[in-house]
Design a binder for this molecule. Structure first.
Ligand SMILES: NC(=O)c1ccc[n+]([C@@H]2O[C@H](COP(=O)([O-])OP(=O)(O)OC[C@H]3O[C@@H](n4cnc5c(N)ncnc54)[C@H](OP(=O)(O)O)[C@@H]3O)[C@@H](O)[C@H]2O)c1
Length: 237
């Protein structure tokens, strides 16, 4: 089986790719812009054939907006089926709404919503073609309807809410196919993103712990959930 995960150079994506390699026999395509981060992931995956099942893909996903079709050329031509797709790459700028720079606001909309949508679209030829493909969009509790909202995260949380809605839309549009879409709305996880956005904040879940949940859910969640937005937080109400 084959998994593709974006944003694997650090944080939750890094740990989830590592979890797949150490705990399953999946082949894993791990995407990020940062070769050093992916090299660290390769090192962390050594042993048990891990270094052969982990396939780093250095790619700026924002290029999908200007170079449609390019990602399919970067992935191997004999990649005929992707069983698990995890749209994990994300971008966050924590600032009061009126101080947000338009370019950051636009980037949050691109990376957190538009790119996952375009990646799903580009990968459709290899999704749900040989059995179920489980497509997981990594959302946020901030973008979960009715949750407590945090000042400074208006653009970020709204972009994640769009991603959640996209999950429901695609699930309905492709309900008669073998593509299963779900969105995990995560609470705080102690990663560089969290540390950069909220310096000094402590209390997020360890990324390895969240990776365990995401990894398990990726493998089995499609049996129980379809088109769902699931809050994954023991702290954010
Ligand atoms: N940490 C939390 O508390 C928390 C809570 C709720 C939801 N989330 C969500 O969980 C996901 C992972 O979060 P995290 O905390 O692990 O974030 P992180 O540490 O900032 O990692 C983000 C990843 O996204 C990649 N990325 C960003 N832009 C990219 C692009 N244009 N092309 C390719 N890769 C790109 C980064 O890789 P490069 O920079 O190497 O390209 C990095 O590997 C995100 O979607 C985030 O919004 C996190």
């Amino acid at each position: 089986m084959i998994a593709l995960i974006t944003g694997a150079s650090r944080g939750i994506g890094f740990e989830t790719a590592k979890y797949f390699i150490h705990q399953t026999d999946l082949d894993v395509y791990a995407v990020s812009r940062n070769r050093q981060g992916l090299d660290r992931l390769v090192s962390a995956c050594r042993g048990n054939d891990g270094e052969f099942r982990l396939h780093p893909v250095v790619y700026d996903l924002e290029r999908m907006l200007t170079e449609p079709g390019e990602i399919s050329k970067i992935l191997p031509a004999d990649l005929h089926h992707v069983d698990i797709l995890i749209n994990n790459a994300g971008f966050l700028v924590n600032k009061p709404f009126e101080q947000q720079r338009p370019e950051d606001a636009e980037r949050m909309c691109r990376v957190n919503f538009l790119i996952p949508a375009l990646l799903i679209k580009e990968l459709m030829p290899v999704l749900g073609k040989k059995g179920i493909s489980h497509i997981i969009n990594i959302g946020s509790m901030g973008g979960y309807q009715g949750s407590i909202k945090f000042p400074g995260l208006a653009f970020y949380s709204s972009s994640k809410a769009s991603l959640a809605c996209l999950t429901e839309c695609l699930s309905q549009e492709y309900k008669d196919t073998d593509m299963v879409f779900n969105c995990l709305a995560l609470g705080s996880v102690q990663t560089e993103m969290l540390e950069e956005a909220f310096p000094g904040f402590r209390g997020g879940l360890a990324p390895g712990r969240m990776a365990e949940f995401i990894g398990n859910f990726a493998l089995t969640g499609h049996r129980y959930f379809r088109g769902r937005i699931l809050p994954v937080s023991s702290s954010t109400p």
